[in-house]
Design a protein around this ligand. Sequence first.
Ligand code: M6R
Length: 366
Amino acid sequence: EKNGYDHFMLKEIHEQPKALQTTMAGRVDAENHQVQFEELNWTPEQLNKWNKIYIVACGTAYHAGLIGKGVIEELTRTPVEVEIASEFRYRRPIVDENTLVMVVSQSGETADTLAALRESQKKGANVLAITNVVGSSIAREADQVILTMAGPEIAVASTKAYTTQVLSFYMVGIYMAQIKETISSQEQKTLIDTLVQTPDQMEGILEHVKGLQWYAESIQNSDHVFFIGRGMDYAVSLEGSLKLKEISYIHSEAYAAGELKHGTLALIEEGTPVIALNTQEELYDKMLGNIKELKARGAQVLGLAMEGNLNIWQYVDETCYIPATQSLFTPLLSVVPLQLISYYTALGLGNDVDKPRNLAKSVTVE
Ligand code: M6R
């Protein structure tokens, strides 16, 4: 059932291009440059009523929500807040009939996320669930459901569920913008064209894993690994860091690159590994500045950038390139090398990759 792969995690990483395609099928109309959601059927009146959106989830699903915020705010200019479900539910959140609450959960059974859903409904909000499991508690109780079509995810470390959740946010964001007319038809066309090419681009990344394997070996004996980025790259850094600590047991943290000077830089010593994501066109030079600061303190930097931004190699120790795309869409691509780095690091350390210590696939108790 592992299809020739050594672990479910590796199999699931490689299944991602297919999972994206299946999740887009019937929803993304590449010819007419439109997104359709029969399961939602939103009207302009309905959308305009929601003056605020909450995205609520745990762990990796929460990280997908951070990308969702970036996408929805950028495309629709509607304010979005992202919250950890266990915080949201005990915080008397300001939610009412004019709020759309989106809960995200691979399993559809996470206790805190389910409680957040119930709490939101009690306060009169409409709850849209993004989940991978038909018939799960969250799928049954939500007012509306978008199913990610990732197929069963067995490894505790979530990979293809994350990318299909992120994809769902791109689709919902474009769908909302289309209905609210907050983007031009030309913009819409470019967004759809860019989105539909991501599965093939991801496939391209998966064909070149050797360099990442070697890099994983180089960090496996480190005590700490840091991930930094700005904007979308910061959100992906958080996911990369969680993935690494979850299965390699190496301490890792993600920081917004602009925060380095506000404390974190003190942790950098000669040889400290830092994975610096630099895929956001408008922030590229700002990030190079941060990378220079890190190098000056002795950090060992892996720079992750888009093809085309080739000069990054001059500033870093190692490079990793993802195919060129719009800055908004890089998370679907940049997360893949990070997933592979954590996989190979855990593998090199002889850890139980699919079943990391102390963790369960589905967290049905608080
Ligand atoms: O099933 P869910 O998406 O609700 O699960 C949420 C988290 O428990 C989950 O994403 C967890 O963080 C993963 N093990 C991370 O890889």
